[in-house]
Design a protein. Structure first.
Length: 105
């Protein structure tokens, strides 16, 4: 008898590999694609006649280098955990460069 074999495949990406940030409305599935360097989340779905609220309130600003590094990394990890459990008005998706297809063309 041949033993069962499990094959796992994983992809490791860095923050520099993010090509686009995509916000997808949970109501109408409309997608809003932005550069990760200038992404901003609208308060409501951008599609006309879709009333799904995405955000309420304002984002807190970064006021110094310490907040911009230490706090940002800690907040990123906490935010990933929080957002994976949250079922808000939109989903956050990331588009990555596929280095395999870039090198084969």
């Amino acid at each position: 008898m041949i033993p069962a074999v499990t094959i796992e495949h994983s992809v490791i990406v860095g923050l520099d590999d993010i090509k686009a940030v995509i916000f997808e409305c949970r109501g109408c599935k409309t997608r809003l694609v932005m550069s990760p360097d200038s992404a901003s989340i609208p308060h409501h779905c951008p599609k006309q006649n879709c009333d799904v609220m995405w955000l309420s309130g304002k984002a807190s600003g970064i006021t110094n280098d310490y907040e911009g590094t230490s706090s940002a990394f800690l907040n990123l990890i906490s935010a990933i955990e929080f957002l994976r459990k949250r079922n808000g008005g939109f989903r956050v998706l990331f588009e990555f460069r596929d280095e395999r297809s870039a090198s084969s063309s």
